[in-house]
Design a protein. Structure first.
Length: 195
């Protein structure tokens, strides 16, 4: 009798893990599509998958089928050049910070925003020196194109990239970055995942 109880617990645990995994994958994919500006294109499909998961929440086969459908969608997006791993990440801008930010786990960062590219350098040097190092590196790589520098503090808080303006960043520059971020969040997150 005790063995049957253990088997039932294992079955229920496996079922809830499969359902949880499918929900998490669907949620990450939805978040990614929203940030990439593709949600309208896939919204009906995602709604249908959510409905199937909800109504089939006690059925491991439904959870498996929905998970397979989401995996296929993600594979298709990757083939189109999307970095789906960023689905659970986000970026926010939180005002200005001073050098005390180091004590709160922040690091210095200079972003160079060009027409179709973002250049990134982070380090211990002050923001002006980092900006000079970035320019020297781009010259050495023969990639120097016009870009707008942003002098920032950054840190990862769980899966959220927190950016704050530094003393060298003007209020206008930070406002410009706030306007830029929503449409370019994927590119920014991709660049900063490597830093």
């Amino acid at each position: 009798m005790k063995e049957k109880g253990n088997d039932l617990r294992k079955l229920l645990s496996g079922l809830s893990e499969g359902l949880s995994s499918a929900w998490r994958l669907l949620s990450d994919t939805t978040n990614y599509l929203s940030r990439a500006g593709l949600l309208d294109e896939y919204e009906q499909d995602l709604k249908s998958l959510r409905d199937r998961l909800y109504h089939g929440r006690n059925d491991s086969k439904t959870a498996r089928e929905v998970r397979e459908a989401v995996v296929a969608l993600r594979r298709s997006l990757r083939q189109q050049g999307h970095d789906i791993r960023l689905g659970s990440t986000d970026a926010v801008i939180e005002g200005f910070r001073n050098d005390d930010a180091l004590g709160a786990g922040f690091r210095r960062l200079v972003l160079g925003i060009a027409r179709d590219e973002i250049f990134v350098i982070a380090g211990e040097a002050n923001h002006i020196e980092l900006s000079r190092y970035l320019e020297e590196r781009l010259i050495a790589q023969r990639r120097l194109v016009p870009y707008r520098p942003h002098y920032l503090w950054y840190r990862w808080r769980d899966n959220v990239l927190v950016l704050s303006g530094a003393a060298s960043e003007s209020a206008e520059q930070l406002e410009e970055l706030k306007r830029y971020l929503p449409d370019h969040k994927e590119l920014l997150l991709r660049r900063l995942k490597k830093v």
